[in-house]
Design a protein around this ligand. Structure first.
Ligand SMILES: [Zn+2]
Length: 295
């Protein structure tokens, strides 16, 4: 594993606890949302939707086109939690804002990654668990047991939905394994270090331009190191992403003649992808691009 960035995760905003405290002091009079499950960002939304079907409204907090690493909750969103049934999080440092939620909101907040073995990137817990279908299944299993408790009357439906999703995700896992057998290249140069679990599961190696958070900037020395690796291992593609800066990736591509290709960390949908793409379709698009780069 080669990651080259300095982690600056701790520079979070001190104002947020005060805003949240303020909202915990009065009750919101807006329309009740008792049938709503909130999800922090896209993959949790996708997985939750598959399990609950139409029995709950699932509301995703991070809007399309917004990078969840840097997302800040609006005060209106915090207020709306009071009436919601539950809030599902990825955890592992993705939703720094959740640490400051008042106790009564924390009581209906669930992290859906507890059964996943967390890998580290440069000594830091890597939050990008959702990028393997097997981890996604583990998350859906967690979601299943939570919604079974929240709404036992529809238990049978939730079990059925889970079984269906599990089959679909397992067949994606098999597809990836089959394609992997044809790869001659095992190194992926990616914009930010989101693909560690994917690479670990399918015996690939991630070389990240930016760190666990997309805005981390590599040093000149680290860029130099990537340039050397690209040449040494005959890498032909540099993967960027829609919502992160491409400047350094472009520089590396210019200097090495590699092509630039967009790989989705499936952290958010783009505006134009809403209703057209989902976790499975984006994973398959990623897989095709990885296959092209590694054949
Ligand atoms: Zn990320």
């Amino acid at each position: 594993m080669i990651c080259i960035c300095i982690y600056n995760h701790m520079k979070k905003r001190n104002l947020i606890p005060w805003i949240l405290l303020f909202f915990s002091l009065f009750s919101c009079q807006e329309k009740k949302n008792e049938n709503v499950i909130f999800t922090s960002f896209y993959p949790i939304y996708d997985f939750t939707k598959r399990i609950v079907g139409d029995h709950f409204d699932v509301v995703n907090l991070t809007p399309p086109g917004v990078e969840p690493h840097d997302f800040e909750l609006s005060t209106k969103q915090v207020a709306s939690f009071y009436d919601g049934k539950a809030l599902f999080l990825n955890g592992i440092g993705m939703e720094y804002w959740s640490d400051s939620l008042p106790k009564d909101l924390k009581d209906k907040t669930y992290t859906v990654t507890d059964k996943i073995e967390i890998r580290k990137e440069d000594g830091i817990d890597d939050p990008h668990v959702w990028l393997t279908p097997l981890n996604a299944i583990a998350e859906m299993k967690d979601i299943l047991s939570i919604v079974n408790t929240l709404d036992p009357t529809h238990k049978e439906d939730y079990e059925k939905n889970y079984q269906k999703a599990e089959q679909e995700f397992l067949s994606l896992h098999e597809e990836i394994k089959e394609k992997r057998k044809t790869f001659t290249q095992n190194k992926l140069v990616v914009a930010h270090a989101a693909f560690g679990y994917f690479c670990q599961e399918y015996d690939l190696e991630q070389i990240a331009v930016h760190g666990l958070e997309p805005e981390e900037e590599p040093t000149a020395k680290e860029i130099e190191n990537i340039l050397d690796l690209v040449k040494e291992y005959n890498i032909n593609t540099i993967f960027t992403e829609e919502m992160a800066s491409q400047e350094i990736a472009e520089k590396i591509s210019q200097e090495t003649g590699c092509k630039l290709e967009v790989l989705s960390p499936i952290e958010s949908l783009e505006e134009e992808e809403v209703g057209k793409e989902d976790y499975l379709s984006l994973m398959r698009e990623n897989l095709e691009k990885i296959e092209d780069a590694c054949k």
